[in-house]
Write a protein that binds this ligand. Structure first.
Ligand code: FUL
Length: 508
């Protein structure tokens, strides 16, 4: 995965102006105090497109293409398009499967590293046009886009910058070729909600590595589909740093842009700033106080956790028995969505052009468990006590757009929930209202037993959503302590739940 890190070194972040006071990027000037920097960090917010994306929680990948038919993970671009011949392709089945599982948006691999295009592009004959599928008249991208429209799902495209088929790859001409492909995808299929760029970057036939013109691509996307988030080699969404489904225990959406290349700070077509951050995306800590006090800039750059339901990204028959179980998917939900990230779960259609039964069964059972788990918030109906808080009822109203906060200049607080009767639970859910900013730096959770408060959680960040599970606890009083927060915390929701399928603790 180092390719992504390497690529990130050259990544251009584009900052969109437009939010008057609250912004998704600030510069830090020499001589600013820690207090000033922390205050700036506390007021950084997502752009509207980042906010929409974060609220989706569950998004899906469909890895489908020439590799589905060769059994490989990375094609070399020399595959004969004649092998692309799904017998029963039904994109509506793909999209409906994900919708039924609670997903809100899907991304199709319009072109993977092998260069084979799933739409009849004018840029190359290495596409569905040269395949026997629908006598060369098919268009997978169109079918996925239509299914999304029909089922009211977000639609996104993955277009691999690395192209092992294009003869011009490795030359300047490739950037034009790529712009043309991108333009076709952004103009021919209605609304596009996400554009996903991978960082893989090999050598072309001339032995040269392609220098990707990311900035030009970003500007094109902003012009043609301004609502689309650009992930993960892009300015809106950051790769979490693993492909295991496990995010960070401490996940700050506000990260430092240290080593900001000041020479790149310039106005762009979106009246924003361009800059090149250089940072390690894989460390455990991208945004703590210690990290940001030395920052030259701070940006809202949230994490996306991509993982496949199978060992591979593409469908392989011999992996039918290795589809992740509902329990594994549930744990992934806790370590992605529950760690202030968005889950991007890959569910690859098979050679028929259908999602296989094994995947559907797993998704259905996972969804049943998840829905059951979150159906009853046992804090509902409790009496809330807090000495220095206001709008406590917002914590339990199920509305992310209302929030509890502290009064005056207090940033620490304790919120006590007195339940009507002793209740057994093994899940805690907390959410910040990120439209105010991500602020909580340290929190703990306690239950009362025999007149004594006993801790059951001791964590750092909350962010958009934090989920914890632990061994079952039975109690009639629960306390959430916000021990440290950058400015007044804005807590949107709190909940405790019980799920018998969840075992053990997962906060390591
Ligand atoms: C990686 C690619 O090389 C894989 O094939 C896959 O597309 C994954 C999502 O990104 O870097």
């Amino acid at each position: 995965m180092s390719k992504r890190i390497l690529f990130f070194m050259g990544l251009m972040l584009v900052y969109d102006a437009g939010i008057a006071q609250k912004q998704n990027y600030v510069q830090i000037f020499p001589g600013e105090s820690e207090k000033q920097i922390i205050e700036k960090a506390a007021n950084i917010v997502p752009t509207p497109r980042q906010l929409r994306w974060q609220q989706l929680e569950l998004t899906a990948f469909f890895h489908f293409g020439i590799n589905t038919f060769t059994g490989r993970e990375w094609g070399d671009g020399k595959e004969d398009p004649a092998i692309f011949n799904p017998t029963a392709l039904n994109a509506e089945q793909w999209v409906k499967t994900m919708k039924d599982a609670g997903f809100k948006q899907v991304i199709i691999t319009a072109k993977h590293h092998d260069g084979f295009c799933l739409w009849p592009t004018a840029t190359t004959m290495h596409s569905v046009k040269s395949s026997p599928w629908k006598n060369g008249k098919g268009d997978v991208v169109k079918e996925v886009a239509a299914a999304c429209k029909k089922l009211n799902m977000g639609f996104g495209v993955y277009l691999s910058p690395w192209d092992r088929n294009a003869p011009v790859y490795g030359t300047d001409a490739y950037n034009d070729f790529f712009v043309q492909q991108l333009t076709e995808l952004l103009t021919g299929y209605g609304k596009v909600d996400e554009v996903w760029f991978d960082g893989a970057n090999g050598e072309g036939p001339n032995g040269k590595k392609q220098v990707y013109d990311f900035n030009r691509w970003y500007q094109l996307i902003r012009k043609l589909q301004p609502q689309a988030t650009i992930a993960i080699m892009g300015p809106d969404v950051r790769w979490v740093g693993t492909e295991t489904g496990r995010g960070r225990r401490m996940e700050w959406s506000v990260v430092t842009t240290n080593n900001l290349d000041q020479s790149q700070v310039a106005a762009n077509s979106q009246q924003g700033l361009l800059f090149k951050p250089i940072s390690d995306l894989r460390g455990d800590d991208l945004g703590s106080r210690e990290k940001i006090v030395t920052a030259k800039g701070l940006v809202w750059y949230p994490a996306e956790t991509d993982v496949s339901i199978r060992p591979g990204w593409f469908y392989h028959e011999d992996q039918d028995k290795k589809v992740k179980t509902p329990e594994e998917l549930l744990k992934i939900y806790f370590t992605s969505v529950g760690m202030n990230s968005v889950l991007l779960l890959n569910v690859p259609p098979d050679k028929r052009g259908l999602i296989a039964d094994a995947d559907i069964r797993s998704l259905q059972e996972w969804t049943r468990i998840r829905n059951g788990l979150f159906s009853t918030n046992y804090l509902r109906g409790s009496t809330i006590l807090c000495k220095n808080g206001t709008r406590a009822s917002a914590l339990l109203d199920g509305d992310n757009a209302t929030y509890f906060t502290t009064t005056g200049t207090d940033t620490a607080t304790a919120i006590i929930f007195k339940l009507k009767k002793p209740t057994t639970f093994n899940v805690l859910s907390l959410q910040e209202d990120i439209r105010v900013g991500q602020r909580v730096e340290k929190f703990s959770a306690w239950y009362k037993e025999g007149g004594q408060w006993k801790p059951f959680a001791n964590e750092t960040t909350i962010g958009y959503k934090r989920l914890l599970h632990f061994d079952p606890i039975t109690a009639a009083e629960i306390k959430i302590e916000i021990e440290s927060s950058r400015l007044n915390p804005a807590i949107a929701e709190a909940g405790i739940y019980f799920c018998k399928e969840l075992t053990g603790t997962d906060s390591k």
